[in-house]
Design a protein around this ligand. Structure first.
Ligand code: ACO
Length: 324
């Protein structure tokens, strides 16, 4: 499309201080550490404190990503934030973060694709950068799902956590980018599945925020097939394969979905970055959180080929390949 490639300049994340273990949940509702670990792999999750909003988590993650990139807020002219739990119905939470960063130029907007949000936001930012209209983007996934959970519903409340991750992307001429940057992205939606995972409220329907509702088995049934399909699209578009990728950084919904997807694709277990045990499902934040963990512990290095994927409410699903 153009002679520009979006190259990763930095990654950062932020988790609320408060950790809630499975044992603590078991004291409040009829569940057990054994059930949660066996079905999901989750051992704990971080939960935002009173007065701690999605924008606060996203802002902290953005600052960490800018520090990792060695850049200042003024260097950013585009913010694309993925969330299903904005501070307010409007303005966009990205506008709040833009103001807190002191940025007064460029554009900021939110995208809403639930757990696939980060892949959709990355793809959107990449497309804008490649037009040449923007130079550097902050792509953020930030969520406070604890605020839309029904804490009496043991089938859903044990699965989710709060957190944020952010990535700095820079538009670089292809001849300078070499092999690095966002190589391809693939997005899908099929709204016929919308009743399998949804929130039972909203500004236009009930005038309330509502609570998350899910047919867990139905989600599980579709997840692996949808995920592997859209990853095959990424491999077909680039000629890469399960063998050539260095890291598989999936949306962290559930260990069984991740394991089954990796196995079906033939991705070696040691290439899979897994954080669901510590973070739970943080929806749009889970991929940049996992990328940051792998970057900071030294696994993810410059030049590595990284596959990301997600699937979530809608259903939405998507994949992207990046050379770090
Ligand atoms: N603790 C103990 N028992 C529980 C719990 C719990 N937290 N939750 C449900 N149960 C019980 C049910 O009541 C049911 O009991 P019953 O047989 O007496 O009626 C039993 O466990 C089985 O319930 P199912 O819902 O059928 O359990 P399943 O094996 O399907 O596991 C789970 C549930 C973990 C949600 C699974 O369906 C799943 O992983 N689905 C994928 C959903 C997912 O990951 N969603 C995340 C959001 S979407 C995304 O990010 C992709």
């Amino acid at each position: 499309m153009s002679g520009i490639r979006s190259v990763v300049r930095g990654i950062g994340s932020y988790l609320p201080a408060n950790i809630v273990t499975n044992a603590e949940l078991s004291a409040r509702i009829d569940t057990s550490d054994e059930w949660i670990v066996q079905r999901t792999g989750i051992r704990q999750r971080h939960i935002a404190g009173e007065g701690e909003f999605t924008s606060h988590l996203g802002l902290a993650a953005a600052r960490n990503a800018l520090a990792a990139a060695g850049l200042q807020p003024a260097d950013i002219d585009l913010i694309v934030l993925a969330t299903s739990t904005p501070d307010q119905t409007f303005p966009a939470t990205s506008a709040v973060i833009q103001a807190e960063l002191g940025i007064t130029h460029g554009a900021a907007f939110d995208v809403q694709a639930v757990c696939s949000g980060f892949v959709f936001a990355l793809s959107t930012a990449d497309a804008h950068l490649r037009t040449g209209a923007f130079k550097r983007a902050l792509v953020i996934g930030a969520e406070t799902f604890s605020r839309i959970l029904d804490w009496e519903d043991r089938g859903t409340c044990v699965l989710f956590g709060d957190g944020a991750g952010a990535m700095v992307l820079e538009a670089v001429p292809v001849n300078e980018a070499g092999n690095n940057g966002v190589l391809t992205s693939h997005l899908r939606t099929d709204g016929r599945h919308r009743a399998k995972l949804y929130v039972d409220g909203g500004p236009s329907s009930t005038g309330t925020v509502g609570h998350l509702r899910m047919e867990g088995r139905e989600v599980f049934k579709h997840a692996v097939g949808m995920i592997t399909d859209v990853i095959e699209d990424a491999f077909a578009a680039t000629g890469e394969s399960a063998q050539s990728i260095d890291w598989f950084v999936p949306h962290q919904a559930n260990r069984r979905i991740i394991d089954a997807s990796a196995q079906k694709l033939g991705i070696a277990p040691e290439k899979v970055v897994m954080t669901v045990d510590r973070h739970g499902n943080t929806s749009a934040a889970s991929i940049p959180l996992a990328l940051d963990v792998a970057a900071r512990d030294g696994r993810l290095k410059a030049g590595d080929l990284v596959l990301i994927e997600a699937m979530g409410g809608g259903f939405t699903w998507g994949s992207a390949l990046l050379r770090w």
